[in-house]
Ligand binder design. Sequence first.
Ligand code: GLU
Length: 294
Amino acid sequence: MPSPAYIGRFAPTPSGYLHFGSLLAAVASYLDARSQQGQWLVRIEDLDTPRNVAGASEHILRTLQAYGLHWDGEVVRQSQRLALYESVIDHWLETGQAYHCDCSRRQIIAHDGIYPGTCRDRQLPAAADHAVRVKVSAQTLSFDDRLQGRFSQELASSSGDFIIRRRDGIIAYQLAVVVDDIAQGVTDIVRGADLLDSTPRQLWLYHLLRQPAPRYLHVPLIMRHEGEKLSKRLGSTPLEPAQASATLYRALRILTPQPPTALAAAPVAEQLQWAIDHWQPQRLPATRQILEPS
Ligand code: GLU
């Protein structure tokens, strides 16, 4: 079977219920996929178990359904895939592309959070409270975001060798997201601009895994006031499935050019169809943050 030309995904972390900020990311990736006859997958990124909120993943999935955001295939949960991530880590430890590290958080903060490579050549053995870091090279990594344009970062000076398994044994987001996007054949990543700075680290992992990088589109984060991300404070109110039409219309007013007012009370399926037909992501502001229109 030929691989589909477009596979997109929404990958929420169940550290909270679905709120308006995360709905925007879900709707943007859904519209982008459906407007290109693509598949749209949902993956629950539940590796950071201490941060998982009971009932959050069920709430997220139920709310997506109520908003008409129907996904393709089975929902994937990262907590079920630990062996896959561990096999990549083991391989990199064997080939010397990754190493154990026992540095404390305080030591790293002293270097402004940029890891100076302290444990790179120490050959520390595996131990329960050692982190694992992947080595980065001195080169600058660049990509062309479909909205934000060219973005470049030199990993050596912006993060240094970064963590792929934390000291508490939890697999780091940066590793799991790349391993899964590759395993699921994801071609297009549409997500919030808060993840722009993570993208070069992820591109580095695609490079180490010898896989082509996906296309990226980072949509601006919505702010209530200057500098106040909507997912924080008031905006973190869980969405009510009963208000789906009104809330989806509010999302479309941000993501699409002038949705007709008659659409405000239409069923979600009709709202989404209009939005698929009018999806022009290049007309979004090419900024990391925007204020919600009044
Ligand atoms: N799980 C991440 C989050 O909720 C998003 C991952 C991604 O889209 O790459 O912030």
